[in-house]
Design a binder for this molecule. Structure first.
Ligand code: SF4
Ligand code: SF4
Length: 318
């Protein structure tokens, strides 16, 4: 009730939720609690309102579906609420029941109806070689629809695009050395075809579910978040992992891990790429706040544009 009352004053009447409430929500990193579980009534109300006119459509290209799985895993058992209320996905290949012509017709129908307003989430890279034939996402009227086709069709109609995962953002593993498919990220694809729709990159292999949900919530309630030079929201990717690592003191004192099972020591000598990586994993942590890569292994820089080639070999010093 108190939160609902807050909606009635000042600037909150316009946006549905104040910047203070929003930031408090998305930067909250209480161990074990994902962003979606921290949404307060004011934010949920604002999202529900925004989604009536700004649906979210999620398409998948050349990837492993890990980004979808990351999102679906994070908030169990409240994933239904996340999908239906918080980000209200109206099209998502991994979870939706419809298929074939019905599904694709529905996708195009929603895109046309909410032209310039819907948010398009793109998961996976876009393979441009061989006329896009490396990734056929479905058929419509007996004609193959490739990832290239769908992004060319829907990209210009969307109000905004979220490139979810390092594959969608920068090409990622499908674009790694030796790739034959011409895999590329959304920004590069848009540049090639002169598509002007703004793109928010949410890299990660996979991205943290909070980064996905938080960025969609930002788009819906506050508009485009502030981005860094690589197109990532500063709110999640603004800080360097090494500078904030719990092993920084050990690094400064020259105490180094020699093997992955060492409990103590900086992990640089066994391959940690934290110094070249910007994300809040050190604080937000993974698996519902249980741990993060540096606890058990090393940071392999999965959110950076050069991943995976620039971080390889993963378990050798940079
Ligand atoms: S473990 Fe990695 S991130 Fe942490 S201090 Fe060492 S190099 Fe930096
Ligand atoms: S710690 Fe590094 S490798 Fe692990 S998720 Fe974060 S950015 Fe990716």
């Amino acid at each position: 009730m108190k939160d609902k009352e807050m909606l009635l004053d000042g600037q909150q009447q316009k946006t549905g939720v104040s910047r203070r409430i929003f930031l408090k929500t998305v930067t909250g990193t209480v161990a074990g609690i994902g962003i979606s579980q921290m949404f307060n009534p004011a934010l949920v109300l604002a999202l529900e309102k925004a989604l009536e006119t700004h649906p979210v459509l999620w398409i998948q290209g050349q990837g492993c579906t890990g980004c979808s799985v990351s999102l679906l895993n994070c908030v169990d058992p409240s994933i239904a609420d996340v999908l239906l209320k918080v980000i209200s996905l109206q099209f998502m290949p991994t979870v939706m029941a419809s298929e074939g012509d019905t599904a694709l017709n529905n996708l195009y129908h929603i895109a046309e109806k909410y032209k310039g307003k819907f948010s398009l989430v793109i998961e996976g890279a876009i393979p441009m070689a061989a006329n896009g034939k490396y990734c056929v996402i479905g058929e419509l009227n007996h004609k193959e629809i490739t990832m290239v086709d769908i992004v060319k069709d829907l990209g210009p109609k969307a109000g905004s695009v979220l490139a979810v995962g390092t594959c969608a953002a920068y090409g990622g593993i499908p674009a790694a050395s030796g790739s034959e498919t011409g895999a590329t990220g959304v920004r590069n694809f848009f540049q090639t075809y002169g598509i002007k729709t703004p793109v928010v990159n949410i890299p990660g292999c996979p991205p943290h579910p909070d980064w996905i949900v938080g960025s969609i919530a930002h788009l819906l309630t506050k508009g485009l978040p502030e981005l860094d030079n690589d197109g990532r929201p500063n709110i999640f990717f603004g800080d360097n992992i090494h500078d904030n690592c719990p092993h920084l003191d050990e690094f400064d004192s020259g105490i180094m891990s020699e093997k992955l099972s060492d409990a103590k020591g900086c992990r640089m000598d066994i391959g940690c790429k934290g110094p070249d990586t910007y994300a809040d994993c050190y604080n937000r942590k993974w698996n519902s706040g249980m741990n993060w890569c540096v606890d058990n292994a090393v940071c392999i820089g999965c959110v950076e544009p050069g991943f995976p080639d620039a971080s390889s070999p993963f378990y050798e010093p940079a």
